[in-house]
Design a protein around this ligand. Structure first.
Ligand code: HEM
Length: 371
């Protein structure tokens, strides 16, 4: 059952607390996980999953943060068993009701998601890892570093929803949004510098496979769950998306945090910022006094879209290499989507950037109502 504090998942105090918790006494046992995985020891993994399960009394005494930490730790073993070819809950069926209860009490899906694997994962000696390779740590850090900024970005999007593009505040908010989205570029640069496509494709990717929980097939905790789609939704995608990207978003929503799912519910079907700026531009002649503010809005909006495009361009580079035919083990990403979809999303982002950029430079209405 969702608790009221579950809506607060993801604030800094909560993240630090979850990282510090070890409700299943898993610290020492999970430190051996990379060794067990290197030996492909399915028997040891099954025993580990069974040993970590809390008894009903212990589980009942957990608060929300304990439940999140417990899901994080069980999740590491789920992904490991699946990587070695077994469906984890077929091997340890008594884990199923525990996962269902942990999911329900945290208002999240009944398996670990990217926030468990990265954000809520402690750093240092207690860090939970599948392979123990330094490249895995860089990937976890790359998600950790964007998470607080995305949280701030989404709250800014929420405020922008109620702001008029002719208001001078609109550009100020967009510039703040741009500053919160920019760390996505630092994040992918960190990965490009320290993670080889071969390591990702051959060693790490197999741990992010889907697992079946109580009949539902649930995706692994990979970076594709980082909700850039939710920023897109406000900026351009609520009314300028494609069927494929909408499908990806539809499948991604359940893996998101409660607060972000709530934001998504409120944003579906609303006019995007791009559409609102273009429409305001059409009315420009009637509202001559607001022209400078509107141009500033268009310029700032174009800057946000450019930042997202830069991230996506660099991200595409490593995704293409990791999924080239002679390297990959799987035809699609762990988020269930292909490199072709990444290309489509970049193209859409660019198209929208060009529209508002052209508007920032021209006095004539451009492309309004093209959604
Ligand atoms: C070796 C590194 C990486 C590879 C090979 C890779 C590959 C992919 C692939 C193939 C997809 C398509 C969806 C799917 O997985 O099903 C995807 C999606 C995505 N990835 Fe990555 N990725 C990597 C690292 C990262 C990092 C570090 C981040 C951000 C911190 C990230 C953020 C995203 C996002 C937000 C999506 C959704 C599509 C979008 O918004 O453009 N990825 N990735």
């Amino acid at each position: 059952m969702p608790t009221s504090d579950s809506l607060m998942h993801g604030n800094e105090i909560q993240i630090e607390r979850v990282r510090s918790l070890d409700p299943l006494a898993a610290d020492k046992r999970l430190a051996r996980l990379p060794q067990i995985n290197a030996a492909s020891d399915i028997r040891a993994l099954s025993l580990l999953l069974g040993d970590l399960l809390p008894d009903p009394g212990g589980l009942a005494a957990f608060d929300t943060d304990h439940c999140i930490a417990a899901m994080r730790d069980l999740g590491m073993v789920l992904g490991s068993i699946k990587r070695h070819g077994q469906e984890p809950l077929a091997v340890v069926p008594r884990a199923t009701p525990v996962l269902i209860e942990l999911g329900a009490r945290t208002d999240m899906v009944p398996r670990d998601v990217v926030h468990h694997y990265c954000t809520w994962n402690p750093t240092g000696d207690r860090e939970r890892m599948y392979t123990g390779d330094g490249q895995e740590r860089y990937l976890q850090d790359s998600v950790r570093m964007v998470f607080p900024h995305l949280r701030a970005a989404l709250e800014l999007c929420h405020i922008l929803q109620d702001c008029d593009p002719r208001d001078t505040k609109f550009a100020v908010l967009l510039d703040a949004l741009n500053r919160e989205v920019a760390p996505m570029i630092d994040s992918i640069d960190l990965v490009l510098e320290h993670v080889s496509p071969r390591y990702f494709a051959r060693d790490l990717r197999p741990y992010f496979e889907e697992v079946v929980v109580d009949g539902a097939t649930l995706l692994g905790p990979a970076a594709a769950q980082v909700p850039l789609w939710l920023v897109d939704e406000v900026v351009w995608a609520s009314d300028r998306s494609s069927a494929d990207y909408l499908g990806f978003v539809h499948h991604s929503v359940p893996y998101s945090l409660p607060r972000w799912r709530e934001l998504h519910d409120g944003w579906v079907g609303t006019p995007s910022l791009v559409t609102r700026v273009l429409r305001a531009h059409e009315d420009e002649v009637e509202h001559a006094a607001t022209i400078p503010a509107l141009r500033a809005s268009a310029k700032s909006l174009a800057s946000v879209l450019r930042t997202v495009t830069v991230f996506r361009g660099r991200h595409m580079g490593i995704a293409r290499q990791a999924y080239q035919e002679d390297l990959r083990l799987y035809p699609v990403g762990s988020g269930g989507a292909s490199v072709d979809l990444l290309r489509e999303i970049i193209d859409l982002t660019r198209e929208n950037a060009h529209l508002v950029k052209a508007m920032g430079q021209s006095r004539r209405p451009v492309g309004a109502g093209t959604a």
